[in-house]
Design a protein around this ligand. Structure first.
Ligand code: NAG
Ligand code: NAG
Ligand code: NAG
Ligand code: NAG
Length: 429
């Protein structure tokens, strides 16, 4: 059993079937060259005691000193990766490209990864962004959206099947480009970025919608601000009182799923489904995007993806999202005030090491998980990176998945062209 786990852990990006195939023993022999590398203490990248190398690598001192000269090329319009850094004076850095898990804090890293962290690439998907993953524990399904012009069904993973299967379900009326969602009392509450006056006989406006997963019927919670269209209701979370906190940005147009130019600036809103009142709570971020509460609801995290620039113009179709590395790429933390209605003490806590933090989720014990470019960052509550999971596709959003003893013991990541899952010691909430 031990050998099997070691073999699985070594093979990095796995597909489901390969979990059951034991690789030949020579594949898990560590070469003399690698053993020597593990012992060189001043290397930036080294082995982590107890883990297969280079499936898991430790980054010395947050990589703060690169030997010799180096360059991480920032290409116009293209988001570069940490692994793309050129380090001619430090050959150990090459192992970053081969690793699935980068560990920045070996002690906390061990608590997060457990003895044998697994990464499985689950589904290869068409070249669109996949978003808004929501786990439905009652049916053991994962719902997510494809952000594709005119694409209306939800994609649904049956997690009870082995291997899990993917199908489409169409809500009545449809929910178009639901890019953020949470499950509550039999319903998925969605934030949507789509706007189209007539698509398949329906009109769509960015806002908040609820989908009853048993009946497939949907209802509208919020579709306007005193008559104005929202621009793109991108993501949301729900506080302990049931108020929905949601980010309104400009990406629906850049993603070609909203035909309407913005009528209001980007901002974060609080919506009370009891009274129906929408209220602006934050309007200093360039493109507020991922949003999640700490486990005690006292802190709200909001990401700013302003580095993904959108052109504000009335032109249809709108120009595509353009990457500008010098613009906003930070996660902010805010305190929720005693009334539970306002945000105080805005502070940046982390600048994404790749791309900009898109969707975020929180672990049971308060770690902050952020979809950042080709991977997922695991941060402490104050924004210190502990582990980075590297993927071969751009991750847009995350969901905790799983029933039974290991309740919410898997993290699923959806994004451009793919879906993957991580199994480790961290649990969701
Ligand atoms: C990512 O890797 C998986 C295999 O692990 C492969 O099936 C998939 O096509 C790759 N995706 C991309 C976008 O390269
Ligand atoms: C995916 O689509 C984007 C934008 O349409 C394009 O720039 C990129 O080259 C495509 N990638 C692949 C692998 O087809
Ligand atoms: C999910 O898969 C399980 C096991 O294969 C099957 O029994 C169940 O009917 C499937 N659920 C749906 C909704 O298809
Ligand atoms: C990126 O944004 C900066 C302002 O932060 C601007 O000066 C620059 O021209 C932009 N670059 C591109 C390539 O759009």
């Amino acid at each position: 059993m031990k050998l099997l786990m070691r073999a699985i852990a070594l093979s990095g990006t796995l597909n489901y079937a390969s979990c059951f195939a034991l690789p030949p023993p020579e594949q898990i022999v560590i070469s003399e060259h690698v053993k020597a590398k593990l012992q060189e203490n001043d290397d930036l990248v080294r082995g982590c005691a107890g883990y297969e190398f280079p499936h898991v690598v430790c980054i010395n001192h947050y990589g703060s000193v690169i030997k010799g000269d180096f360059e991480r090329k920032v290409l116009d319009g293209y988001a570069d990766s940490y692994a793309s850094t050129l380090t001619p004076g430090d050959s150990s850095f090459g192992f970053v490209s081969e690793a699935t898990f980068l560990v920045f804090d070996p002690v906390r890293g061990r608590q997060i990864l457990g003895p044998s962290p697994l990464f499985d690439f689950m589904f290869s998907l068409p070249n669109f962004t996949h978003e808004g993953p929501v786990y439905v524990p009652d049916t053991n399904e994962l719902y997510f959206a494809r952000v594709k012009p005119g694409f209306l069904p939800q994609l649904v993973v049956n997690l009870s099947a082995t291997p899990p299967t993917l199908s489409e379900k169409l809500a009545d009326p449809p929910i178009y480009a639901g890019t953020g969602g949470r499950y509550k009392n039999g319903e998925i509450i969605y934030a949507t970025i789509s706007g189209d006056g007539s698509l398949g006989g329906n009109s769509f406006r960015p806002g908040l919608y609820a989908l009853d997963v048993k009946s497939g019927k949907s209802r509208t919670l919020l579709n306007n601000y005193y008559g104005y269209y929202f621009s793109s209701m991108d993501d949301m979370d729900i506080d302990a009182k049931g108020q929905i906190w949601c980010t309104n940005n400009d990406y629906g147009r850049g993603d070609s799923v909203n035909t309407q130019p913005p009528q209001m600036g980007a901002g974060t809103f609080r919506f009370d489904p009891q009274t129906g009142q929408p209220a602006l709570v934050e309007n200093s971020l360039q493109q507020p995007n991922g949003i999640a509460f700490s486990p005690d609801y006292r802190t709200l995290y909001i990401t700013d993806t302003g580095a993904g620039e959108v052109t504000i113009s009335p032109f249809v179709p709108a120009p595509r999202i353009h990457w500008n590395a010098t613009k906003a790429r930070a996660i902010y933390a805010f305190d929720v005030d005693a009334s539970g209605k306002h945000l105080l003490n805005k502070r940046p806590i982390y600048q994404a090491m790749e791309y900009a933090a898109d969707g975020i989720k929180i672990s049971r014990d308060g770690y902050l998980l952020a979809a950042t470019g080709h991977g997922i960052d695991v941060l402490t509550a104050d924004g210190t990176p502990v582990v980075r999971v590297q993927t071969n596709f751009t991750v847009a959003n995350l969901a905790w998945v799983g029933t039974g003893e290991g309740q919410l013991g898997e993290l699923w990541a959806v994004g451009r062209m793919g879906v993957a899952r991580v199994k480790w010691a961290l649990k969701g909430r």
